[in-house]
Design a protein around this ligand. Sequence first.
Ligand SMILES: Cc1cc2nc3c(=O)[nH]c(=O)nc-3n(C[C@H](O)[C@H](O)[C@H](O)COP(=O)(O)OP(=O)(O)OC[C@H]3O[C@@H](n4cnc5c(N)ncnc54)[C@H](O)[C@@H]3O)c2cc1C
Length: 377
Amino acid sequence: MDAEVAVIGIGTIGSMTMWQLARRGVKVIGFEQFGTGHDRSAAGGESRIFRTAYLEGSEYVPMLHESRRQWQELEAETGYSLLNLNGGLMIGDPESETIRNVMKSIELHNLEHEYLDYEEAQKRYPQHKLLPGEVMVLDKQAGFIRPEFAVVSAVQRSEALGAVIHRYTQVESMEQDGDGVRIRANGKEYKVGQVVITTGPWTKKLLPEQGSPLVTRRLVMSFFATTKPDMYTPDKFPIFIRRSKGFDISGKPTLEGTMVKVMLNQGYDVVDDPDNLNRTIALKDLNEISDAVRELLPDLIPDPIRLNAYMDAYSPDEHAIIGRLPDMPRAVVLYGFSGHGFKLAPVMGKIAADLVVDGSTPFSIEPFSPERIRSGR
Ligand SMILES: Cc1cc2nc3c(=O)[nH]c(=O)nc-3n(C[C@H](O)[C@H](O)[C@H](O)COP(=O)(O)OP(=O)(O)OC[C@H]3O[C@@H](n4cnc5c(N)ncnc54)[C@H](O)[C@@H]3O)c2cc1C
């Protein structure tokens, strides 16, 4: 046996899985087709939002609490700053689904927050042009993570703990074989006890059948200059998610200080082949985001000055697929994070390690089972 466990795909989730396995003393090897910390798929672009008052479902909240603790443990183990909890604003009509779902998470889990009515919100955060009656909910356990650095930090830490990573090594195939799994990568064969598959947008290539329900989408990040840089520093400008006037956008302050990053959370193009992600941004993408900025963020200059394209794998219900593969019980999969998986990465690594080492996890992962997709649940 080359190792007890192999992790395939050392991106967002894979790097955290390596770290979580290595810190439990498991003999683990990893395979990454590019270098570690690359920006050719789902990680990259300086920042990712962390939120706790989750509009996608209150069942995420216990995992998010643990994820925050795990981000902080990774910071403590490496001495690096990865997570900045500068707060998060959810902005919209008080009766909208967004605000109602956020408030549901807050009430069910008693989360630290502030509810700002229209007048108070306008006064506290004039960077946002509100529509009459709109409110803000300030999630105190929200902020942003540094994605490339997070992956690199988890990789470094896992290597310091004894893990081995094969970089620029693409896994071509794998099959269950008696007491383990045989892996073929860059023409060489390896045998391990179990595998964790965290291949993100490439899952369909490695597992054509199991990955077939996934759709890869291209997400564009836009950076805008501001006429008032002092108003957009992390201490004054929390991350935000906003659904107003038909726009669905999110944004963050930038670390370099003169720009604000804004993203459309809708209308993503499908990526047919992750090896050919189109990194050229079409004018039509600029018009929509520029309109959103013009309408909702008046101190930003609505011509984007930096644009980057990334991609993520989406499942049919936009919740990740996590668990053992029914037809390959020595494989644990974690993919299909559907545009919101970064914040969860360390707890996902922990769940993967639980499944591999203990055979089960105390986290409620039944709603994420691979079977739900097959049975159309
Ligand atoms: C622009 C953008 C903004 C986002 N914003 C947020 C946000 O604010 N907050 C948030 O929580 N989430 C956000 N997300 C979502 C989040 O970034 C993703 O859900 C998460 O990064 C997915 O991680 P992953 O490990 O599944 O994929 P990846 O990070 O892409 O990792 C997959 C890895 O597997 C490797 N690989 C694939 N196949 C093979 C193979 N055969 N052999 C070897 N290696 C292989 C790839 O090279 C890659 O490194 C955003 C996503 C994008 C694209």
